[in-house]
Design a protein around this ligand. Structure first.
Ligand SMILES: *[C@@H]1O[C@H](CO)[C@@H](O)[C@H](O)[C@H]1NC(C)=O
Ligand SMILES: *[C@@H]1O[C@H](CO)[C@@H](O)[C@H](O)[C@H]1NC(C)=O
Ligand SMILES: *[C@@H]1O[C@H](CO)[C@@H](O)[C@H](O)[C@H]1NC(C)=O
Length: 598
């Protein structure tokens, strides 16, 4: 209509033509928006979103230890490679069989649990970091920006809870990173939960305000690298950061320093600004330099010295707490960079070989199995001063992600043996779930291992004396009350953690083995039964109890963001967030893998 009215006027006609051509050009350029520098970017937000800029502008804060644009490392150049296929090729028949009505019902049950948790969070703790599920109040444990809300953005989208997603995005648009409940935040936690959540939700929905807030936050966290040696300070003191007074720690967990790479890389990929990638690439170089010269060559100690070339006298090595995701991110970075940086492949394979030869063990299993013993492994902790290497058969729930890590890397780098190890580890944790009365494994326990002969992963005969001896050493008050072959339960609770289902999910997607779906369902039912409260779900005190569990009044943001997401995806069509299209950060936030343009 408007165009017709203009018809008589030449100048206006020309104007209209120019407008149309401009629109076409803009349209053609749209897919390349990723490359437009942030300053000249337009922000086509949805009408229901308001954007309020944070009150402190981190992007333009003068740096105390400037990193010059010219000395920044850029993202690897070139076309992303065609990566080996990760997921099992599900045939239509297989899918019909596996994803029949049963899986749909299971998926709905998981979604009901997520909706229930979310609605109660919305009613009683909206905008706060967490819901206290028993007292029904809000708790701020992660600076008070709304950790649960940011962490859940992408899972709401994935579960098709669009109304809830919009309500959450509306809050995101007005968050002020300068308004916090404490003087410091954890760089690690803020990165994986908030930045990871924003980036994944942006990758899925392309809602611009999510990227805007991700950039604001990325610019803030970038200040953690404004230190004399440009290594990050994990304890992010807001005041010191503004003054450029942060210093990297002499004793920092390897997880804290190794778990920034994916988020910072994705932010550089999306914005075209190399600064985020540049600082984490420095960390990779340090990790690479020191990998061969630690007390357990191939792995890094649990704590590293960020002021002195990562060297520490620390002698403990684990895939569990404080180290975990530093290993997890190696192969995932290879994928995220489209296979263009082989350093990550080398580091991953070397670390996994070292872990396999030293940390992994097979449990000594009782004879009570009818025909075949379950083929399972666990990952423990090594104490090493190079001469004496001691395996502590400590099993942490946090370490249960290792099955998924081995299997993913095995597919990516064509190491079939690692896929098998991944399956043995994933099934190990599922087996440990089933060993306890609640159907859930404890936070930390000890298991009597098979004695390491030449082959540390070979099966062995049950030896009652050894088990009782182990249980006594483990200082268990009543060893006979422990399920065999557990020798001790060091930390009895279950905190709604995701790692066990994470590995089962990945193994199902990779192997297509249908029994994993039933294992996952048994785990879900057990978790629901033991942790459900009237209005939500809660961490529990002791997985060993037979009757009612004691609730700990805690529901961390990873319950909805990770645990329920992995359960949901397990029972969904394998094309939903395919492992060939996405890599998950350590908080289960999927980032899109760049593809070769065909
Ligand atoms: C549907 O799945 C369940 C559980 O995996 C299985 O027991 C059942 O046989 C399946 N039904 C069909 C028709 O494949
Ligand atoms: C570490 O050792 C491996 C062989 O075990 C070798 O391929 C690699 O180049 C070494 N890396 C460094 C940084 O020395
Ligand atoms: C069982 O373990 C005990 C203690 O480690 C050992 O002395 C004994 O020889 C073992 N028994 C067998 C049959 O291997």
């Amino acid at each position: 209509m408007a165009l017709l009215l203009l018809a008589g006027h030449r100048r206006l006609q020309r104007l209209a033509l120019t407008a149309v051509i401009s629109l076409i050009i803009i349209f053609l350029l749209l897919p390349r928006l990723d490359r437009v520098p942030m300053s000249s970017r337009t922000w086509p937000s949805s009408p229901w979103v308001t954007y309020t800029r944070s009150s402190f502008d981190w992007a333009n804060r003068p740096q105390k230890h400037p990193i010059l644009q010219s000395s920044m490392t850029r993202l690897p150049e070139g076309t992303p490679r065609e990566l080996p296929r990760i997921q099992h090729q599900f045939s239509k028949l297989e899918l019909d069989e596996a994803h029949n009505k049963t899986q749909g019902e299971r998926r709905d049950a998981v979604r009901d649990a997520a909706r229930k948790s979310w609605q109660t969070y919305r009613e009683f703790a909206w905008g706060r970091d967490e819901l206290a599920p028993v007292q029904l109040t809000g708790v701020d444990s992660f600076s008070g920006w709304g950790a649960t809300l940011f962490d859940a953005l992408d899972v709401l989208w994935i579960m098709g809870l669009k109304k809830e997603f919009k309500q959450a995005v509306a809050v995101v648009g007005t968050v002020d990173w300068d308004k916090t409940t404490g003087d410091t935040c954890s760089l690690f936690e803020t990165n994986i939960r908030y930045l990871g959540g924003l980036l994944a939700a942006y990758d899925l929905s392309h809602e611009e305000v999510l990227l805007r807030k991700a950039v604001e936050l990325g610019d803030m966290l970038y200040a953690a690298f404004d230190t004399p040696n440009h290594m990050p300070a994990n304890s992010f003191d807001f005041f010191k950061a503004k003054q450029g007074q942060l210093v990297a720690d002499k004793r920092e967990s390897s997880a804290a320093v190794g778990t920034l790479s994916m988020e910072f890389t994705r932010l550089s990929q999306i914005t075209g600004n190399p600064k985020y990638f540049s600082v984490i690439d420095n960390i990779k170089l340090e990790l690479e330099k020191t990998q061969n010269s630690t007390n357990l060559p191939g792995m890094w100690p649990t704590f590293v010295d960020l002021q002195d070339n990562f060297l520490t006298p620390d002698t403990s090595f684990t895939l569990g707490a404080m180290a975990d995701s530093a290993y997890e991110y190696l192969s995932k970075m290879y994928s995220l960079l489209g296979g263009l940086d082989q350093t990550y492949e080398k580091m991953h394979l070397k670390a996994m070989t070292t872990a396999k030869n030293n940390l992994l063990f097979r449990p000594m299993l009782p004879d009570s199995y009818p025909a075949v013993q379950p083929d399972i492994l666990f990952s423990g902790t090594i104490l090493s001063n190079t001469r004496i290497i001691d395996l502590i058969p400590e099993v942490q729930h946090l370490g249960c992600f290792a099955g998924g890590m081995f299997a993913l890397g095995g597919r990516l780098f064509k190491q079939e043996e690692h896929v098998k190890i991944g399956e043995q580890l994933a099934r190990g944790c599922a087996w440990a779930y089933a060993a306890f009365p609640t159907g859930i494994m404890p936070e930390v326990s000890h298991i009597v291992p098979c004695e390491g002969g030449v082959d540390n992963l070979a099966p062995c005969e049950w030896n009652e004396t050894r088990w009782r001896g182990g249980a006594t050493r483990g200082a268990a008050a009543e060893p006979t009350k422990l399920p065999k072959p557990f020798s001790d339960v060091r930390s009895t609770g279950y905190l709604l953690r995701p790692e066990a289902i994470e590995s089962i999910f990945i193994l199902y997607r990779i192997t297509g083995k249908k029994d994993l779906l039933d294992i996952a369902w048994r785990m879900f039912q057990a978790v629901k039964k033991a942790t459900e409260t009237k209005h939500a779900f809660s961490a529990i005190e002791d997985v060993r109890v037979v009757g009612d569990t004691v609730k700990l009044n805690s529901m961390e943001s990873f319950w909805i963001a990770e645990t329920l997401k992995y359960f949901y995806l397990t029972f969904s069509d394998p094309d939903l967030i395919s492992l060939d299209d996405y890599v998950f950060n350590t908080e289960a936030h999927p980032f899109r893998i760049p593809k070769p343009t065909t």
